[in-house]
Design a protein around this ligand. Structure first.
Ligand code: NDP
Ligand code: 2IT
Length: 446
């Protein structure tokens, strides 16, 4: 049996019920075949075994009381996966679906993604099965304070630096940081995604969405094309989706859809700046549902319970959650002439869907590369915090743009080097792997 298959069998035996983690490890390891075959040192130093076993997994109880006086217990998680190239770094997700397998998959992806950013960051992820939906600001604050009371001992600006993800935005980051400061008396760069008024980086809110669009521009550039005039479909309506729409619109593309877990809105006239401002207020301030869009703009349609993938387009930007785009959805995209998929979310496309995209030679940007602009800008926030400085918007924006270009160059050149120039899955995984694996070998078995 090959080294990769042996490792996969071991991971299946150890973690067989963690389906998303297994999915991510299988997709990643299988694409490493050429580099593993070429370099026996990775087997000699047991790199795959070490790379698939987190450094540590922390689970803790989070108790809090709601406004009716009802007591609640949730579970908190942090998987510190690998710190070979820098301090642990990765977001926190608050969503009822969160479990150990999901946090492990996200942390595993983060190791490779962070390695592609060119910045010194290891990989981690955390969160809770707490559901912020329908909770008041005060309830969310109580939960965040209780979460941080335990979590503070595991993090630090040179140890582990969390940030946002699904269900954790500016509000939650504020409450988490406030409690960290209360407990430790330290004002430092322990968490990113802070408000620029108190240590956050300009452009961090925009960074993931903008970065995903920049990655798409780079892919199109290889064919002499641009986003101008292209019909685009976007899923989700949170942080990543909103700034994906903003940048697409700025570049002259026409965005036809947004969605949430209830359904999809289809606006054949395009979601322009004014309509996007409505969505941002609806989602970020009023915490409403995307279905309310059609009450405001009746010429748009609401597709109850549906995802956007059946709407004809040239470019698709899955920006909601894992496995939101399955084989049947991929078939619909291909049939309708879609030629580009750039992933804002983490692992939004199933392995079968990705297989179909590659078979049909679509330009496909895997999340590890395409959505790395968010964590890269978190890395820039860490740098600013360490310097006790704030960089001007143009400086951060310029760095984000060039980081996305560099990631694209690295991924496409690595794919070409291994004989599959259009296979950015292989390019991203091998490029991220080599950087982390070689650092692990240099530092010995620890
Ligand atoms: P938000 O919480 O801001 O928004 C999440 C969006 O996705 C909401 O519209 C939500 O709808 C929808 N969604 C969540 N879960 C599901 C589900 N199970 N089924 C259907 N829709 C769902 O999160 P972000 O925009 O920050 O994150 C979106 C994706 O991008 C995630 O995969 C995240 O890991 C990834 N990502 C985020 C980065 C960041 O900087 N924020 C960086 C890189 C990747 P509803 O309101 O109905 O739940
Ligand atoms: O998936 C991700 O890259 C994020 N949620 C952002 C992580 C970060 O540390 O900014």
């Amino acid at each position: 049996m090959s080294y990769i298959e042996e490792t996969l069998q071991h991971v299946r035996e150890q973690s067989g019920t963690e389906t998303e983690f297994l999915q991510s490890v299988e997709e990643t390891l299988r694409s490493l075949k050429p580099v593993i075959d070429e370099h026996p040192k990775y087997r000699r130093y047991a790199v795959l075994e070490r790379l698939t076993e987190p450094d540590r997994m922390i689970m803790f109880r989070v108790g809090w009381v709601d406004e009716q006086g009802v007591y609640h217990v949730n579970r908190g998680y942090r998987v510190q996966f690998n710190n070979a190239i820098g301090p642990y770094k990765g977001g926190l997700r608050f969503h009822p679906s969160v479990n150990l397998g999901i946090v492990k998959f996200l942390a595993f992806e983060q190791v490779f993604k962070n390695a592609l950013t060119t910045l010194p960051m290891g990989g981690a992820k955390g969160g809770s099965d707490f559901d912020p939906k329908g909770r008041s600001d005060e309830e969310v604050m109580s939960f965040c304070q209780s979460f941080m009371t335990e979590f503070a001992r595991y993090i630090g600006p040179d140890m582990d630096v969390p940030a946002g993800d699904i269900g954790v935005g500016k509000r939650e980051v504020g409450y988490l940081f406030g409690q960290y400061k209360k407990i430790t008396s330290q004002f430092n760069g322990v968490i990113t995604g802070k408000d620029p008024n108190w240590g956050g980086s300009l452009m961090r809110p925009q960074a993931t969405g903008y970065g995903t669009v920049y990655f798409a521009e780079e892919m199109l550039g290889t064919k002499g094309e641009s986003l101008g005039g292209k019909r685009c479909i976007v899923s989700g309506s949170g942080n990543v989706a909103q700034y994906t729409v903003e940048k697409l619109t700025m570049l002259g593309a026409k965005v036809l859809t947004l969605s949430d877990s209830g359904g999809t809105i289809y606006d054949k006239d395009g979601i322009d700046r004014e309509k996007l401002a409505f969505v941002m207020d609806l989602k970020n301030n009023r915490r409403g549902r995307i279905s309310e869009y059609v009450e405001k703009y009746p010429s748009a349609e609401y597709l109850d319970g549906a995802n956007p993938w059946s709407i004809p387009c040239e470019c698709a930007f899955p920006s909601a959650t894992q496995n939101e785009l399955e084989l049947e959805d991929a078939k619909a995209l291909v049939k309708n002439g879609c030629s580009l998929v750039s992933e804002g979310a983490n692992m939004p496309c199933t392995a079968e869907a990705v297989g179909l995209f590659l078979e049909n030679k679509l330009m496909y940007g895997p999340g590890k590369a395409a959505n790395a602009g968010g964590v890269a800008t978190s890395g820039l926030e860490m740098a600013q915090n360490a310097q006790h400085l704030s960089w001007p918007r143009e400086e951060v924006k310029g760095r984000l743009r060039s980081i996305m270009k560099d990631i694209h160059t690295l991924v496409s050149e690595t794919a070409a080097q291994y004989g599959r120039p259009h296979d950015y899955v292989m390019g991203a995984n091998i490029a991220g792997f080599v950087k982390v694996a070689d650092a692990m070998i240099d530092q010995g078995i620890v």
